[in-house]
Design a protein around this ligand. Structure first.
Ligand code: PEP
Length: 253
């Protein structure tokens, strides 16, 4: 059975002091209020991973995520962070292919395939992001375009490895814009992607794959989005910076 996941993405926000306050508030609220079958992930800047990991470790349904990792295991890549490093500090998840990384750091589908490989080889669970731009949506063919992102970066995986991956569908036009995909638009894409996964890995694997929605998801729209049969949770940017709102989203199933 697929997991329900609500994953925060703090991006490049919060000082250490603010990070500690936010983490401890979320940890307390999740322990007291969120159903134990909902996995709550904190995607924090790398500099805070070790500290945040210590807070979330005792909570069975919480985990910590890096927002990126390099595709090589080690070497002369100044400023980068590797999957073995993340594994060595006990990180659970890594976001791969976020549209901001694709856009501002020119990450290609081929590079993302390598990142997925190295993450899996080091015991990290990839949350693989995909999504179309507004121009692509308006031009049509956007369902096929997003499916091709999965084909290009994931479909080389064995079934055993693919089962460790979660997908986050994040229409670029909805990220940080306040524009949310309607529940119909989200469901249409999620069902299409699940069908695409089934065509490669079979229906049972597709049914077991968590497909999260991301893009201006908040405490007001989460319930309707998460009620869609193929939406298994959310990747939450702006709203993950506020403990009350983020927890309310995790309570929206
Ligand atoms: C994101 O960064 O993945 C995201 C979904 O951001 P926001 O919720 O702010 O749109």
């Amino acid at each position: 059975m697929r997991k329900k996941i609500v994953a925060g993405n703090w991006k490049m926000n919060k000082t250490m002091e603010e990070a500690l306050i936010l983490t401890s508030e979320v940890v307390h609220m999740v322990k007291d209020e969120v159903a134990s079958d909902v996995i709550v992930v904190l995607g924090v800047p790398s500099i805070y991973l070790t500290t945040v990991q210590k807070y979330v470790e005792p909570v069975a349904n919480m985990g910590v995520a890096a927002q990126n990792c390099h595709q090589k295991a080690s070497g002369a890549y100044t400023g980068e962070i590797s999957a073995p490093m993340l594994q060595s500090i006990g990180v659970d998840y890594v976001y791969i292919g976020h549209s901001e990384r694709r856009q501002y750091f020119s990450e290609t589908n081929e590079e993302l395939a390598e990142k997925v490989n190295i993450a899996l080889a080091n015991g990290l669970a990839p949350i693989f992001c995909c999504g179309e731009s507004l121009e692509q949506r308006q031009a049509g063919g956007f369902l096929e375009f997003v499916a091709s992102q999965l084909t290009d970066s994931l479909f080389h995986l064995s079934e055993e490895d693919f089962r460790k991956v979660a997908i986050a569908y994040e229409p670029i036009w909805a990220i940080g814009t306040g524009l949310t995909a309607s529940s119909e638009q989200a469901q249409e894409m999620h069902a299409y992607l699940r069908g695409h996964l089934a065509s490669k890995y079979g229906q049972s694997v597709a049914n077991d794959t968590s497909i999260l929605y991301g893009g201006s998801c908040n405490e007001k729209n989460a319930q309707e989005l998460f009620a869609c049969p193929d939406v298994d949770g959310g990747l939450i940017g702006g709203a993950s910076l506020k403990s009350r709102e983020f927890t309310n989203i995790a309570k929206s199933f």
